[in-house]
Design a protein around this ligand. Structure first.
Ligand code: ADP
Length: 542
């Protein structure tokens, strides 16, 4: 017997319809790429998205065709995002921080047909355009007054383009399992791989992410997604904010501490989200200027481990709650968030920070397990490390064009390539990416734990721990440190600071100082490059 409920396919454009209908005057405020602050609202974004859909269809974009964007977080990017998926196309957010060769690779691999670009990236595209045969036309996200003289094929100013359309269009009624968007993983090893989101997966994921124990947002919130729409499906905020009618503040191209602080304060932001490197810049700015965070209630930090010291500073000094989050492009992307369940809600001080250092527990829609290398499940005892595997309706089943082959185990779980522990309350803690784990005397040392500890030293700006070959132990940890500007701390002082806080045999054998630690296009420490840099390194006395 079937249920007698309506069949209401979970299509992403229903989200912007809902926002326009019930939260139509709620604002979207952006720092435009041209400079000034721009204000619009959900009703107007929807109206322009309909024009985008109409224009793309007139340009021959059919259901399933990929349309690329190379853009910062602005209202125009939001209009284009909904316009593309609204005509049955697939938004493909390209990360402009990738190397030009990688950008060309993924545009070709996705076979994008139209490309929307911000002004910032026109020079970059001009250099690679002759290697992008599938792109039929470029649309520059600006107006006629700012339009550069460009060699890009058929380049049009976005505002001129939509001015010629009336928006008399009905969203394409695709199957809810149809592709809506795609995003490539940054491919720290091998070529980037395409993750393809469906309408259904995006809708379910956004609903799960909004739950009170997850992002916990409401129509009264003012959200500033610093995390770019091109990073891991924009952490789904381009769906989440309109779904509940939160005011949305878009930072455009400027993500430095001063610019973000200005927006946080001037727009009354209550919740913001980004990777730790962004918050490092904001906290440094606040330290230098003595600024405060007067409206911000919650900061979501993920993409890399959030150091304990960062959580402590936000909470104790600025009164802002930290929500540690973990996820990946393949998971749409949110996997776990570290809100406090009853078992932990009463904790304070160091005990509370101990929990907040974990990446947290999953929402309904994410199933999790840890296994050994042979696939045997490991206990949730907070101690045993294992390969972290996940399953759910917004988790990749395969990569675009079958790259990488079969990626699920026999029970349908996807191996995240992260190594983690899980405690009895279901809180997961990442100890490493599997390829970064340090194996010493047959045991694993967590590089993330050591890094988090080292950045707690007041003179340390950033720290990375890598394994260095060792004749007796196979590998031993080397701590690589960037000092804060003007500080002269020595290695021994940092090691003394760390001693006693981790097992003795985990302690780094040495400290090396560098001016800069290399980062990936998504702000993670680039351990492969760092390992190459230190490939000839020998520990003192070796
Ligand atoms: P990319 O691989 O393209 O850089 P992703 O955002 O998909 O971008 O990366 C996902 C990976 O980032 C995870 O598998 C994990 O290794 C790491 N990661 C994400 N959030 C955290 C976190 N809170 N703590 C530790 N690692 C994290």
């Amino acid at each position: 017997m079937l249920g007698l409920m309506q069949d209401w396919p979970l299509r992403c454009h229903r989200i912007i319809d809902h926002a326009a209908m019930f939260h139509g005057r709620r604002e979207i405020v952006s720092r435009s790429v041209e400079g000034p602050i721009h204000r619009t609202n959900y009703a107007a974004v929807r109206a322009n998205a309909l024009k985008v859909a109409q224009g793309l269809e007139a340009a021959g974009i059919h259901v399933g065709d990929r349309v690329a964007t190379l853009g910062w977080n602005t209202w125009r990017h939001l209009e284009v995002w909904y316009g593309i998926l609204g005509c049955g196309g697939v938004y493909h957010t390209v990360n402009p921080r990738l190397f030009p060769d990688q950008i060309a690779y993924i545009i070709n691999h996705a076979e994008d047909r139209v490309l929307f670009t911000d002004l910032t990236f026109v020079p970059l595209l001009e250099k690679i355009a002759d290697r992008l045969p599938t792109i039929e036309r470029y649309i520059v996200l600006s107006d006629a007054a700012h339009m550069p003289d460009t060699s890009l094929k058929g380049a049009l100013a976005y505002e001129d383009w939509i001015a010629g359309l009336d928006g008399d269009y009905a969203w394409k009624e695709v199957d809810e399992r149809a592709a809506a968007g795609m995003c490539y993983t940054s491919g720290t090893t091998g070529n980037p791989k395409g993750v393809v989101y469906s309408h259904r997966s995006n809708v379910l994921h956004s609903m799960a992410a909004l739950q009170a124990d997850m992002l916990g947002l409401s129509s009264n919130d003012v959200v500033l997604p610093v995390v770019p729409m091109f990073h891991a499906n924009g952490w789904s905020l381009a769906f989440g904010a309109p779904m509940i009618g939160a005011k949305c503040v878009m930072p455009g191209a400027r993500m430095d501490g001063a610019s973000i602080h200005e927006l946080l304060e001037s727009e009354g932001v209550t919740c913001t989200a980004a990777v730790p490197t962004v918050w490092l810049m904001l906290l440094q700015h606040l330290e230098e200027t003595g600024g405060s965070l007067s409206t911000l209630k919650k900061v979501v930090i993920g993409g890399s481990a959030c150091p304990r010291a960062m959580t402590q500073t936000f909470q104790d000094k600025y009164g802002v709650e930290v929500i540690h989050a973990w996820g990946m492009t393949e998971m749409s992307p949110l996997g776990t968030m570290c809100s406090l369940k009853p078992a932990y809600a009463g904790l304070a001080g160091e005990a509370r920070l101990d929990i907040q250092e974990k990446q947290g527990h999953p929402p309904f829609t994410v199933e999790m397990k840890i296994t050994d290398d042979d696939g045997n499940e490991l206990p949730w005892d907070d101690k045993t490390f294992g390969r972290l595997k996940v399953r759910g309706p917004a988790i990749a089943a395969s990569y675009f064009k079958g790259e990488g082959g079969e990626i699920l185990d026999e029970d349908g779980y996807f191996d995240t390539n992260d190594v983690a522990t899980i405690d009895a309350e279901g809180y997961m803690r990442i100890t490493d990416r599997s390829k970064d784990v340090i194996k010493s005397g047959g045991e694993w040392i967590s590089s993330i734990d050591l890094e988090n500890l080292a950045v707690g030293h007041p003179d340390v700006a950033e720290a990375a721990v890598i394994g260095i070959a060792h004749p007796k132990w196979d590998e031993r940890p080397l701590l690589v440190v960037v000092r804060k500007p003007g500080r002269e701390v020595e290695g021994q002082a940092i090691l003394d600071f760390m001693r006693g806080k981790v097992a003795n045999w985990w302690m780094p054998d040495a400290v090396a100082f560098v001016d800069e630690i290399p980062h990936t296009a998504t702000g993670k420490i680039q351990k492969t490059t760092l390992r190459e840099q230190f490939s000839d390194y020998k520990f003192p006395g070796q």
